[in-house]
Design a protein around this ligand. Structure first.
Ligand code: K7E
Ligand code: CUA
Length: 618
């Protein structure tokens, strides 16, 4: 991190500047008087708190889900500057993702994904800065390596999972990342049964994806057969609740049709509590039956595997507090959020205080296991945590954040959001050791708090200062559709590389000398080994025959920060970007004959424009 002293000084300067600017408000541009909507000092303080001077660095990274854009957006906090976009489930021409052989293979047939919940890897319940896992609705999970901010693996679609929304929450030592079905279906996939058979023939599943502690490699772990509810969100237990994963579910009516009516009949739905260590053990013992090519555990046959905790109807988020003792779950139509107590849950289980069961899964008694109903306000969705037992709950209906205290259950403050908050994220807010300081409201709508850009409006992410007693809105940032969850990690936990060293490039087609560049033919297969270095792509021209299968392997032999080179081939829909020290390949059929120019797409030097050549197909 760079000098904070300089930052403080420049912030001081800005304070004076901001005060001056507000004093001059009548001559300021139209609309600027609205900024912050508060008194002079509030605007000045907000400006000071969010201003990161040129050359200075932010204190945190925020990894924000890009929803159905299939991407992750990286922001700096508190400046809220958008720093980078990490493509995960969607081709992204800016980085060539989804065009080269390696990333194309990872994407498979699906070129979109709906990303909801980024989940940073953890060690002892603290973000460790190694990987970021992100889920997607088509039943997949991806791992981004935070060493180079690149997607390294996509696993799935996982059999039997349908609508992977309650994901990618990791356990405290990143043993597992979990998945659950939002939309129950007849399983295995491909089985057909009418919706009139919903209650009997449709099933939900909960899946644990095992993560290799050294490499981060994801593999199928275990799967549990669940009643046909809609599993919505989850969180892993920690400390007092370590060993368990919690999932909210709605439509425990097992209804179909107009769910807004049919699935809201009962007063309570459930939070499913899964003993993942028992799932792991049962799978290792070979329990379960094969469905869709994987072993599926049946809770009826494994006592203690799953319990249902009744919760206000149609719940959305479930969030485990830092010490792990309290689990917060909200019915999203209510004005309260319920805090469950892990010790009470365990006592109730020991005493077998069940009110019945659902498909063989014991249901606990609401009154036995709750500590409090906290009157946070209308439409509670998600809760995040700060130090000293502070909790922050997003209120969709009220369009606000409520601040309250674990233990005393007192609601002490409310901050309005503009507008319609979904998730919220606090600095290191999912860890055993939250930082406080900042909170970001991830809002669904922005209602014109920006220059108009037509009907497809950005969503707003609002930065809230939570370092003092009263929450203060200090910055509006905008994102493309559509942020769901985000996580904020201390910047000094990450140590990204900026070039791949020659030594670590193990690509079989890597070459490091322009002398080795050239074309080899094997039947109708043509291999072009290409070197990219300022300011030539070698070979500068090459010929193939129409119908050949062409593989171009490009090594960028630069070892200098920011010296990326691109390879754009006109008329062939090919666009590769190669980072310093990296090798990428692209394979295609030379279908069209003619002369096709290629050129470097990434600005790299004064003679970048000269970095070009010809691909000739006879
Ligand atoms: Cu609340 Cu997908 Cu987590 Cu959207 S989800 S808000
Ligand atoms: Cu290489 Cu531009």
């Amino acid at each position: 991190m760079r000098t904070t002293r300089a930052t403080e000084m420049s912030r001081f300067g800005i304070l004076a500047l901001a005060m001056f600017a507000v004093a001059c408000a009548p001559s300021a541009p139209k609309g600027s008087q609205k900024a912050g909507g508060g008194a002079t000092s509030d605007v000045a303080i907000a400006a000071m708190k969010t201003y990161v001077a040129p050359g200075d660095l932010d204190e945190y990274y925020m990894f924000s889900s890009g929803g159905h854009s299939g991407q992750i957006y990286v922001y700096g906090v508190p400046s809220m500057r958008h720093l980078s976009t990490i493509p995960v489930y969607t081709p992204y021409p800016a980085t060539g993702y989804g065009f080269d052989d390696e990333s194309k293979k990872m994407l498979g047939d699906l070129t979109w994904g709906d990303v909801h919940h980024p989940s940073l890897s953890e060690t002892n319940g603290d973000y460790d800065g190694r990987w970021l896992f992100v889920n997607e609705m088509n039943g997949r999970l991806a791992r981004i390596d935070l060493r180079d901010f690149k997607t390294k693996q996509i696993i799935g679609p996982i059999p039997n999972v349908s609508g992977n929304h309650a994901s990618a929450f990791v356990t405290p030592n990143t043993e597992y990342s979990v998945m659950a079905s939002r939309f129950s279906i007849p399983i295995p996939k491909g089985t057909v049964a009418g919706v009139d058979k919903y209650a009997t023939d449709y099933k939900g599943v909960i899946t644990g994806i095992k993560i290799d502690p050294k490499s981060g490699e994801m593999a199928f772990g275990w799967q549990i057969l669940m009643p046909p509810f809609d599993y919505d969100l989850g969180d892993a237990g920690k400390k007092a609740s370590d060993g368990f994963v919690f999932f909210t579910s709605y439509n425990t009516e097992k209804a179909t049709g107009k769910l807004e009516v049919t699935s809201t009949q009962k007063d309570r739905d459930y939070i499913a509590m899964v003993d993942w260590r028992l799932a792991e053990k049962s799978a290792a013992e070979g329990k379960g039956k094969m469905i869709g090519g994987v072993k599926v555990l049946d809770p009826k046959e494994i006592p203690g595997l799953v319990y249902f905790l009744p919760c206000g109807k149609s719940p959305h988020g479930v969030d485990v507090a830092p010490e792990g003792k309290w689990i917060v779950g909200s019915g999203k139509l209510q004005g309260v959020t319920t805090v469950f107590n892990m010790e009470k849950i365990q006592t109730a289980i020991k005493n077998k205080n069940f009110t019945g069961d659902e498909d063989g899964i014991p249901v606990l008694k609401y009154e036995d296991i709750k500590d409090a109903e906290v009157a946070v306000g209308l439409g509670p969705l998600h809760t995040q945590f700060g130090p000293d037992n502070w909790a922050y709950t997003s209120l969709f209906v009220d369009s606000a954040i409520a601040k309250w205290k674990l233990g005393t259950w007192e609601v002490v403050d409310k901050a309005p959001m503009s507008y319609s908050i979904g998730h919220l994220t606090a600095a290191e807010g999912d860890t055993v050791n939250p930082d406080g300081k900042y909170l970001v409201g991830l809002n669904k709508l922005s209602h014109g708090r920006h220059l108009s850009v037509g009907p497809s409006q950005p969503e707003s992410s609002q930065l809230v200062d939570i370092s003092e007693e009263k929450m203060k809105l200090i910055y509006d940032a905008f994102t493309e559709p559509e942020p769901h969850y985000a996580q904020i990690i201390k910047a000094d936990k990450l140590h990204p590389i900026e070039v791949y060293t020659k030594e670590e490039n193990k690509h079989p087609m890597a070459i490091w000398d322009v002398k080795d560049a050239g074309v080899t033919r094997n039947g109708n297969k043509v291999l072009v080994k290409m070197v990219a270095v300022r300011s030539t792509l070698t070979p500068t021209d090459f010929e193939v025959k129409a119908g050949d299968e062409v593989t171009i392997a490009i090594t960028n032999i630069e070892q200098t920060t920011d010296e990326l080179h691109g390879f754009g081939l006109l008329d062939y829909n090919i666009n590769i970007v190669v980072d310093p020290g990296e090798t990428k390949t692209v394979t295609f059929k030379a279908k069209k004959s003619g002369v096709f120019p290629f050129y470097c797409t990434n600005f790299c030097s004064a003679l970048h424009q000269e970095m070009q050549g010809y691909f000739i197909v006879r």
